[in-house]
Design a binder for this molecule. Structure first.
Ligand SMILES: C[S@@+](CC[C@H](N)C(=O)[O-])C[C@H]1O[C@@H](n2cnc3c(N)ncnc32)[C@H](O)[C@@H]1O
Length: 203
């Protein structure tokens, strides 16, 4: 029975596999997606918007050590790797295989790492990036902990975010303890890129 179910699951995943060409300025990225396989197995609009934003503002990431949280299909990490050879593309579960394939396909140097937000630090980074990662309220505290564990005072956190009232109410107040907004870019009526910097707490 289990075998039958996993066969059906595999067939369903195979059916939905598709490639998209994402054009950002002078670059074409070929991106594999498997919509329906997992939440991050398709490219979210926030991922596309953050990729465009970083491609057009490379001074934010040039030569920096970069950690992407909740990378999904990996496009943001792929773009970061055009400007830095120290990029970790992290997520958890089956999306990692898709990210790995996309990095290989685009001849990219980002390093794929399985990392859940409740886990210990994987390093201290100059920049942490994330797109469309603020949506489940049970993940807000782990996400905040992951930001703290992998940063130092001065680390920049670049988040592309789609407006959702509850995350506005519950997530951003958490961040305020240790991060200040250095810049807010409105991308569309409902999406933003926020640039935060980790600051020392006042004692
Ligand atoms: C909405 S998807 C966005 C994917 C990608 N950033 C994009 O914009 O296309 C959210 C991603 O966060 C990851 N994620 C959610 N909770 C997580 C956790 N606790 N630890 C690690 N990754 C997590 C999911 O696996 C998923 O790939």
């Amino acid at each position: 029975m289990n075998e039958l179910l996993s066969q059906l699951h595999k067939e369903r995943m195979d059916r939905t596999e598709k490639f998209r060409n994402i054009v950002i300025d002078n670059h074409i990225f070929e991106i594999l997606e498997k919509p329906g396989a997992a939440v991050g197995s398709k490219l979210w609009i926030g991922g596309e918007e953050l990729s465009i934003f970083l491609h057009r503002n490379p001074e934010l990431i040039q030569g920096k050590s970069i950690l992407e949280l909740g990378a999904g299909v990996g496009l943001v990490s792929i773009v970061c790797s055009l400007f830095s050879d120290r990029v970790i593309c992290s997520d958890k579960g089956e999306v990692l295989e898709i990210a790995r394939e996309n990095i290989r396909r685009n001849r990219n140097s980002a390093q794929v790492l399985e990392y859940g937000w409740s886990e210990n630090s994987v390093g201290i980074f100059d920049v942490i990036v994330g797109s469309d990662i603020v949506y489940y309220d049970h993940d807000f505290v782990p996400l905040y902990q992951a930001l703290m564990a992998n940063s130092r005072v001065g680390t920049i956190f670049i988040l592309s975010y789609r407006d959702r009232l509850y995350s506005m109410l519950d997530f951003f107040p958490l961040l305020k303890n240790d991060f200040v907004v250095r810049e807010e870019r409105k991308i569309t009526n409902e999406s933003y890129v926020y640039i935060y910097e980790r600051v020392g707490r006042e004692t």
